[in-house]
Every structure is written in structure tokens, then in C-alpha cells.
Design a protein. Structure first.
Lengths: 326, 707
């Protein structure tokens, strides 16, 4: 297994270089360093001299990919790409372009706010979705199954923004049960977390039920289930003891892959609930054309995704003894 | 029922009971509920708190509570009036000719070689408590020789246990002016100031070459409380810069303290943690969440103003005259990016003041028969107060005067632009798209600026006729616009060869409401036979197009730095052309007569002579029509009845110290407006239980093989 993990880590290196290249290319297709400087310095009374000065201060005065005038053979190293991207591989995210804040410190600080919403939404949502899916699978081909499908498709079809604004209006404004938005640390956090978590679960319930129901239906039609039924195991026992255990592989694929990405937060949810997480951090950076933060967050997202895939593979061996790494 | 289920039910009922007992939607901790705290919001994270760098209104609202330049604007008086803040008086410049002989104050600008501003600050003003001033028992600065280990785990200034203070001195102001010349700081007004302050450019170049002790003849300390700024020309508007945070004092101890490598490593910098003499200091800085200001313990005795403009007394704005300020010990700003939650929390009483967006305008504001705005019935029931003010801002459409079709100075080209200006009925635009929140402009100057004229004298005679019976300007008819267009060589919107006149409109309008605005513009121009093509791009492309002169018409605006006609009329001064000289003249208008008048006017004191020149300049602009004058925005601000002394101010900052809160009124209102409604929870629970009964019966039957 160790060999397999090392091999996967080695595979990740060219992927991460590629991701960096694509981000770098896309960002500078839309923005030149001059435009970044003007955006960051402001509109009023800015001269080209100010722009050049800012670029020099922040290392954007170099060529993008190839420096023909470089000394000592630094044709590729004395470029913006190398200077900015190379440090990412040792997780040195540096400071932001707009206000020189330490990006690593911001990530470690804001990560917890994102997790405070994402983790309970994920865990509770998973429990709710699996439970309801099993019930629906139990009542397959009945009016319960029929109506749950209609409700699930309807819930899936509505924009998450509707749930957020509707939830704030209903629970925060009309019923006055929760603060409409905000965030606090410690115990005070609870009252701010309940509403976004509930909304997050409800908005994800449609797709969740449809996905897990399909998995369970696939399992209940297998031979081992028929055998269990023939042996007199009750329908509930078949579903909860036998089918659930065997449905774990596709569930794990979905779950383990999603866990690392929970750190990155939700862009819309965090903005509407004024939650100072990594989702709002990223969206603010995009709006401010802060390349340092954008590339760091994309890089982090890529790393977490690769880690997620690796964890998924490892988890297969834990739930299915037939799987071995070659 | 199992014991587990019964425990869950009890816990749920307890939660519902707790919710129904209190005010569960209150976002603030219990400890704050009866404190005099002003709550408001910010939408954009402030990026800079260094007064040499910051140049954004999002940052100024905080900076101006902390830093104190020598001058400020009177809180209540309008038009905006400069008064001393830390200075003893508003400085009067002394002028000298090239031989060093003193000149009269009305001396022509051409004869002035030096303008000297001598500023004397008031003794006894103390800085906020700050670790940069903390001393050891031996008198040495305690935190000025820090190693990394000394600040391990430190994130904020409050992590330092010891603080100190000292008196404000003239040297602090001189130090800050020198900082503005530091190329490493990229001060956004350096270029402007370097044109005037003697030797600033040379000093900056010397700093860039590492000569930290290079001479800077443009600033000097006279004595402990007096300093001089020497300009190389007459520049009467310079005094307004002295009211901006750029000219705040900066103690050397603070810069030395923050420049230590250990501090930089911890990202504890002057750009995040200001050191000022103002009424407030930053207690908590979590720019991604909240910013908390608390009263500066060392703030001097200052009193609430005793005079204002007519109507202030009736509005209760002078009830606290002569009282010692600040009234509010703590100000909490929460980051709220989205308008809807922000607005709802204001209605619940959790924010003390709010603006109004177009989405909620109709439910918040009602207009009476005379067209005057007031709050809607819903807001009146909550005793919410509306205050309006005209912004020192001008919004305009600029024609590119370098363009072959819409540019140029011939009578035909003027008529073309005048025809387009008449067709674009901005009275209608303001009603439809701004909910009436704007004053139609007739020149670049907004109300409240010297040179702005009311009534018939102030109208644009090329676009309006004066109706003596109603005392109002009447926009010229579409027929007149068509006639002008025909005289311009486009009868019916076609040139002599029969080609339709097509003009392009470059913009960055991508919001949901943009389509309707563009359609409105197209329809208005179609009335005179002109076809408008919209070219919507992202802001970077748009900016490049403007800079390269690759456009015909653009929509733009300007918010004044200071309340003087020069700060608006320079937007059309030829040498400020955006395309040719990278200036602020986006229209690239270059009329030698206008330029000459501007050069005369800019150095004059406000006087009938100056007014005559401004009138003449306005007439040239109205005739040449390089802009379609659009409007001056009107701000509608709402505040709860418990927030006292709240007067909107676009230029004057540092106003939190004048605000007062009736805490009993606020607590009572919040309690009354936020009683929770719990019966829907019981209803849903009941329905859920009812819904599970048939399901349970089915399971029971299935398990027993009866179904």
C-alpha cells in the first residue's frame, strides 16, 4: 500500500504543475499585471509610475513565463510564474497582493468557520439522506416512493439561493427563531450555525435521496439479498443489516471525496450568512483580482481533491476485503 | 416510548421553551445588550489603515475616527466648511515672489514662487494608548528591540501587555508628509502633491536611492507645535488636503515599532493597526468579520458643535450642543456583504442605521403630493428617520472628443452632441432607475459647491428653457433635438449618403437591471433617429478602451476629494486628457479658452471674479457638450429613532464621536419587534407524527406478512 501511496503522490506533482499553469494562464489572460495594479491601487490619481512601482514591490515587474534578459541562465526562474508558483509546492502561500496579509494565517483562521457550517451540514445531511433513502427504498414502487421522487426532483430543481433567502425570511425574519446572519466563536457560534446547516441539509436532500435510493435499490435486487429473504430475514433486516453494508463502497466514494473539500467552504452560503470562511475569502479575492490568494486557494483545492481521491482508494480496502493494491 | 426517544422529546421541548422565552434572533452576546454600542455594517474589507496609502471611503470611515489631520469639515454646516481639528486655526498661506518678497493674498498666481502654510497645533493632545510608546522603568522604549520569540503567538496589538502614550508634536506631521514621498509606500496622491510641495519629487528620488536623510525643503518643523509646508506655486485648494487622512500625524515610534522584522513576520503592521489621537482606537480588527472601535482613553475634552445650518435645531441636531464628546464608548462594525440580511437586521433593530437599495426602495420610501420623500407607513410605525443629502459627486456620459463622429469642435459636432443630450431625458431616468435619488445636473458642479447656481442662472440653456410660471427648467423638445441633428448633418438620423448614424456606448453594465437601462437609452436615441450600440465589457477592458481613446460614449462619475469647483472642472482641462496625458479628463476635451479660464480660476479665492469665470467655463461646456450631464446622486439614509445627532456627511469624517444612542429605547424596541413565533414548530411536529403513523402501520403489516 505504501508503494501505491508514494506512486499516487508522485503522479500528483505533474497534475499540480498543470493546475498552476492553467490558473496562471487564465488569470493573466483576463488581467495584466498593470490592470491588477490599477485595480489594487484605486482609480484616482494613479500614474504609470505608481503602477510600475507597485509591480516592482510585488514582483509583477518580471515577464510571465520566459525572461530573455535574465542573467545567469534564469530564463525560467526569473519570471512571475516561477517566483509565484514554485513556493506553493512547499505550501508557502506568501502574502496577499492587496494588503499583504499572510495567506496561510488567513486560511488556518478562516478554515474553522467554513468547517463549522460544512461539517454538520455534511454529517447530518448524510444521515438524513441515507435514512430517507432507505425508507424510500423500503417502500419502493409505492405511493411513498412516487411522491418522494417528485419532491426530491422539485427540491433539486430549485436554486440554493432560494433556500437561503427563503430560510432567512421564514426562520429569521418572520418566526424570529434565529439570527438572520452573523458568526461568533465558542458557544455563541451555535445560534448562527443552526439556520445555515438546516438550509444546507434541506437544499441537498433532493439530490441525496435520489443518489442513495438508486444505490440501495441496486443492492436489494442482488442475489445475496434474495438468499437472506429466503432464509427468513425480515425486510428491515435485509435493508439495514445486509444492503447497507454492501452499499458502502459507492457511498464512501461520494463521502470521502467530499471531506477534504469541506475546508474550502461555500461561496454563496458564507456570503449570505456573513460567515468569515474560506468560501468568502476566495470570492473576495477573485473580485479584488488578488492573484496571490486565488492561486493559493485553487492550489489548495487541487491538493485536497487529490488527497480525497487517495483516501477514497484507501477506504475501499477497508470496507471491501476483495480489493488489494497492486 | 423508549427512554432515548423520551429524552430527545424533552430536549426538543426545552429548546422550544428557551426560544419562546427570550429573543433568540438577537445576534449579539448577552453582555452587550444594554451597552451603549453603535452597530453598523461594512461591505468591503478595508485593505489599508496606513493614512499614507489609504484612499477609499470604505477605509476612511474607520481611519477618520482614529487619525486626526490638522483640519476637518464642520459636522453640521453646509456648504462644507473647514475648521481646525488639531490645528489652532485654519492656516492662511503667505505668498512670496521669486526674490523672496512677500505678496498680498490676492497676488496673481504667475507672480507667486512660494506659498507657505504655517500650521500650529494645539498643545496637550495625546496619542491613544499603544505599545509603541511603552517604556521600561529606565525610560527606554520597551518594545523596540524585539526578537521573534518575544512576539511568538502575537496576532494583534492588544497582545502586548504594556502601553504608553505621548503628546502630539509638529514633527509627527512632518514625518507623515515625508512618508508620502516614500516610493515604497505608493502614496496615491504623491503625483499631485509632488507638483506643488517644494522638493518632494527630488526627496522621493533620494529615498529610492537609499538616502534616508536627504533634504526635503518643502516641510520643516518650526517649533514643538508648529510646522511649515512650502509650495512652489499658488494652490488655494491645498488647504482641503489638510483635512484628509493623508496629512495625519505619524509618530516615529510607531513606524520604528512596526518596522521591526519580528513584527513584520507576524504581519503586525501600521497598515493594520493605526496609532492616532482621534476619539476612537481599534480594539478588534478581524476585517473578514468585524471591526470594533473603542473610545480613546487619552482623548482630549472636545464639545459637540453649537451651530449648524438652518433646520438643524428643529431636527434635534443641536440638542447636545456644548456636551463633551464622544457619547458612545464602543462602535461595532459587522461585515455584511449581502443587502437582504443587512436590511432585515436593520428592520429588526440590530443595526442602528442603513442605506436603501433599489430593491427595497418602494417598501421603504413614499413620496407626497409635492414630490418630497418620507418613510413608508411600515417604517413610520417603527419611527425610523429618513435623512437625505446631495453627494459631492457628478455622474456623466462622456463623448470622446478625439472620435471622428461624436468628437470635434465644429458647430455641427456640437449640435450632434446637444441633440443626443436633449434626447437622453435624465429627469425620466432618475425617476425610473434611481427612484428619484438624484438631482439632474446642468454643469459638472453639484449643489453645495461654489459656482453651483440655482434657478434660471444655473440651467443649461442649450438643453433647457426656463419656465417662469413654474420656476422650473423645461427640457427642450424632441423636435428641437431632431432639428439640431439635421443641422449637424444627420437629418432623420442619416448622413448625406443615407447611412444611419450609429453611436457606440461602452459600459461595464452586467447587472440584472442593466438591460432595461440600455433599452431605455436606445429608445431615447431612436426618437431622434440615432441607433445606439452597446459594448459591454469587463472593467479592465473598459479602462483600457478609455485610456486608449477607443470609444465614442462612456458612462462615468467623479466623487470630489474636496468641495471646490477646481476639483470638478479639472475633469475637462485639456492637459488632463486621459488618452493623451493619462489624466482624469476622460472626454479628452481640449478647448484653449476653457483651459485658460481654468488656469485663472483654479488659483483664485472664492469671489465674484471667480464665479464669473466658472460661469463662463460652464457656458463653454454647455455649448460644446463634451459630456451629457446626467445627475448628482442623492443619498437616502435611514436611522432608528434612538440614534441621535446623525447627519449624513460625504466629505467630513470622524463623526462617530457626535452620535448618541438612547439605550432604553433601543432595548425596548428590539424586545417588542423580535418576539419569537413558535406555534409553526408545534404544527410541523404534529404533522410529522401524523404522517409517520400510516408508514409505521405499513411496516408493521409487512413484517407480519399481512401486506
Amino acid at each position: 500500500m505504501i508503494t501505491y501511496i508514494i506512486r499516487r503522490i508522485l503522479y500528483a506533482i505533474p497534475i499540480l504543475i498543470g493546475v498552476n499553469l492553467i490558473v496562471f494562464f487564465l488569470f493573466f489572460v483576463v488581467n495584466s499585471p498593470d490592470q491588477m495594479a490599477r485595480k489594487i491601487l484605486g482609480e484616482k490619481n494613479i500614474t504609470q509610475e505608481d503602477v510600475d512601482n507597485w509591480k516592482k514591490q510585488n514582483g509583477y515587474h518580471l515577464p510571465l513565463f520566459f525572461n530573455a534578459e535574465a542573467s545567469d541562465g534564469g530564463y525560467f526562474t526569473e519570471t512571475i510564474f516561477f517566483q509565484k508558483a514554485a513556493k506553493l509546492f512547499v505550501f508557502d502561500f506568501g502574502t496577499s497582493d492587496t494588503n499583504n496579509i499572510d495567506i496561510t494565517a488567513q486560511i488556518s483562521q478562516r478554515m474553522w468557520a467554513s468547517l463549522a457550517i460544512a461539517l454538520p451540514t455534511f454529517i447530518l445531511g448524510l444521515l438524513v439522506n441515507i435514512t430517507i433513502s432507505m425508507i424510500v427504498a423500503y417502500y419502493r414502487a409505492t405511493y411513498v416512493d412516487f411522491w418522494s421522487t417528485i419532491v426530491a426532483v422539485t427540491v433539486m430543481s430549485v436554486s440554493s439561493l432560494f433556500y437561503i433567502i427563503g430560510g432567512q425570511w421564514l426562520f429569521g425574519k418572520m418566526l424570529r427563531l434565529f439570527p438572520i446572519s452573523g458568526y461568533d466563536s465558542g458557544v455563541n457560534m451555535l445560534k448562527f450555525v443552526v439556520l445555515p446547516v438546516v438550509i444546507g441539509i434541506i437544499s441537498g436532500i433532493g439530490s441525496g435521496i435520489r443518489f442513495y435510493r438508486t444505490i440501495f435499490l441496486e443492492e436489494v435486487n442482488r442475489d445475496y439479498v434474495r438468499t437472506a429473504r429466503a432464509k427468513g430475514v425480515s425486510e428491515a433486516g435485509v435493508l439495514f443489516k445486509h444492503a447497507l453494508k454492501n452499499a458502502m463502497i459507492p457511498i464512501l466514494t461520494n463521502v470521502v471525496l467530499a471531506i477534504p473539500l469541506l475546508f474550502l467552504g461555500s461561496l454563496v452560503m458564507e456570503a449570505f450568512f456573513a460567515i468569515p470562511g474560506l468560501g468568502s475569502f476566495t470570492i473576495e479575492a477573485i473580485q479584488a483580482q488578488d492573484f496571490a490568494i486565488v492561486r493559493s486557494m485553487v492550489y489548495l483545492g487541487s491538493v485536497l481533491y487529490i488527497v480525497g481521491l487517495l483516501l477514497t482508494d484507501i477506504s475501499y480496502t477497508l470496507v471491501d476485503p476483495r480489493i488489494r493494491f497492486g | 416510548m423508549t427512554s432515548y426517544t423520551s429524552r430527545c422529546c424533552i430536549a426538543f421541548m426545552a429548546l422550544v421553551f428557551l426560544i419562546s422565552c427570550g429573543v433568540p434572533n438577537n445576534p449579539y452576546p448577552k453582555s452587550e445588550r444594554n451597552e451603549e454600542i453603535y452597530y453598523s455594517t461594512f461591505v468591503e474589507e478595508p485593505k489599508h489603515f496606513d493614512p499614507a496609502i489609504s484612499y477609499s471611503s470604505d477605509e476612511y470611515r474607520f481611519l477618520q475616527q482614529i487619525y486626526e489631520p490638522p483640519l476637518r469639515y464642520h459636522y453640521l454646516k453646509r456648504p462644507y466648511t473647514l475648521i481646525p481639528l488639531t490645528a489652532e486655526a485654519v492656516p492662511q498661506p503667505r505668498y512670496y515672489d521669486a526674490r523672496g518678497r512677500q505678496l498680498a493674498s490676492e497676488a496673481p498666481a504667475a507672480s507667486v514662487a512660494r506659498a507657505v502654510y504655517e500650521i500650529r497645533i494645539r498643545p496637550g493632545i495625546m496619542y491613544q494608548p499603544h505599545p509603541c510608546f511603552a517604556k521600561t522603568e529606565s525610560g527606554a522604549l520597551r518594545y523596540h528591540d524585539l526578537e521573534g520569540a518575544d512576539v511568538s503567538g502575537f496576532d494583534e496589538i492588544k497582545d502586548f501587555l504594556m502601553t504608553g502614550t505621548r503628546e502630539l508634536i509638529a514633527d509627527d506631521y512632518v514625518h507623515q508628509i515625508k512618508r508620502m514621498a516614500d516610493p515604497g509606500l505608493s502614496c496615491p496622491i504623491f503625483s499631485t502633491l509632488a507638483d506643488y510641495i517644494l522638493g518632494m519629487e527630488t526627496y522621493s528620488a533620494a529615498i529610492a536611492n537609499g538616502q534616508a536623510d536627504a533634504p526635503f525643503p518643502g516641510v520643516e518643523v518650526v517649533d514643538r507645535y508648529t510646522y511649515r509646508i512650502i509650495l512652489n506655486a499658488k494652490y488655494p485648494q491645498f488647504v482641503y488636503w489638510l483635512a484628509m487622512p493623508f496629512f495625519s500625524p505619524m509618530p516615529k515610534e510607531a513606524i520604528d515599532f512596526y518596522n521591526q522584522p519580528a513584527m513584520k513576520e507576524r504581519n503586525i503592521t501600521i497598515d493594520r493597526f493605526p496609532v492616532g489621537t482621534g476619539a476612537y482606537r481599534i480594539e478588534t480588527l478581524l476585517a473578514h468579520k468585524e471591526i470594533v472601535l473603542v473610545k480613546n482613553e487619552n482623548f482630549r475634552v472636545e464639545r459637540y458643535p453649537s451651530s449648524g445650518e438652518p433646520g438643524d435645531r428643529e431636527a434635534g441636531l443641536l440638542d447636545d450642543a456644548w456636551e463633551v464628546v464622544p457619547f458612545i464608548p464602543k462602535v461595532v462594525y459587522k461585515l455584511e456583504k449581502e443587502y437582504i440580511p443587512r436590511w432585515n437586521k436593520f428592520l429588526q433593530g440590530y443595526y442602528d442605521s442603513s442605506g436603501i437599495s433599489s430593491d427595497t426602495f418602494d417598501s421603504a420610501i413614499a413620496f407626497n403630493e409635492t414630490g418630497d420623500p418620507s418613510t413608508s407607513e411600515e417604517l413610520k410605525a417603527k419611527h425610523i428617520v429618513l435623512r437625505t443629502s446631495v453627494e459631492p459627486t457628478t455622474i456623466y456620459l462622456a463623448f470622446n472628443m478625439l472620435d471622428d463622429t461624436v468628437g470635434g469642435y465644429t458647430p455641427e459636432k456640437r449640435k450632434l452632441r446637444q441633440a443626443i443630450s436633449i434626447a437622453l431625458n435624465y429627469e425620466e431616468y432618475i425617476e425610473i432607475f434611481r427612484n428619484g435619488r438624484g438631482v439632474v445636473s446642468h454643469s459638472p458642479l453639484p449643489p453645495g459647491i461654489f459656482g453651483y447656481e440655482e434657478g434660471e442662472a444655473g440651467i443649461n440653456p442649450y438643453l433647457y428653457n426656463w419656465d417662469a410660471s413654474t420656476n422650473r427648467p423645461i427640457r427642450k423638445s424632441i423636435e428641437e433635438a431632431r432639428q439640431l441633428l439635421a443641422e449637424a448633418g444627420y437629418p432623420g438620423g442619416q448622413d448625406r449618403k443615407g447611412n444611419p448614424l450609429i453611436v457606440s456606448f461602452d459600459n461595464t453594465w452586467t447587472s440584472a437591471g442593466a438591460t432595461s437601462q440600455l433599452t431605455w437609452m436606445r429608445n431615447k436615441l431612436e426618437q431622434i433617429g440615432v441607433t445606439m450600440e452597446s459594448r459591454t465589457t469587463d472593467y479592465n477592458r473598459f479602462r483600457d478602451k478609455v485610456k486608449n481613446g477607443n470609444f465614442q460614449i462612456i458612462y462615468w462619475g467623479w466623487h470630489a476629494d474636496y468641495p471646490d469647483a477646481e476639483n470638478f472642472l479639472f475633469l475637462l482641462y485639456g492637459p488632463n486628457s486621459k488618452t493623451l496625458h493619462d489624466g482624469e479628463n476622460a472626454a479628452n476635451y481640449d478647448n484653449p479658452e476653457y483651459n485658460r479660464l481654468f488656469e485663472d480660476m483654479k488659483n483664485m479665492e472664492n469671489s465674484p471674479d471667480r464665479l464669473a469665470r466658472i460661469r463662463e467655463m460652464n457656458r463653454l461646456l454647455q455649448r460644446d457638450a463634451p459630456w451629457v450631464f446626467v445627475y448628482h446622486p442623492v443619498t437616502f439614509g435611514l436611522s432608528h429613532q434612538w440614534l441621535k445627532n446623525n447627519k449624513p456627511s460625504s466629505l467630513g469624517g470622524g463623526n462617530f464621536k457626535y452620535l448618541r444612542i438612547d439605550i432604553d429605547q433601543r432595548s425596548g424596541s428590539r424586545q417588542a419587534w423580535n418576539k419569537p413565533i413558535v406555534w409553526p414548530i408545534w404544527l410541523c411536529l404534529g404533522l410529522l407524527i401524523l404522517g409517520t403513523i400510516p408508514a409505521a402501520i405499513t411496516i408493521w403489516k409487512r413484517e407480519r406478512g399481512t401486506q
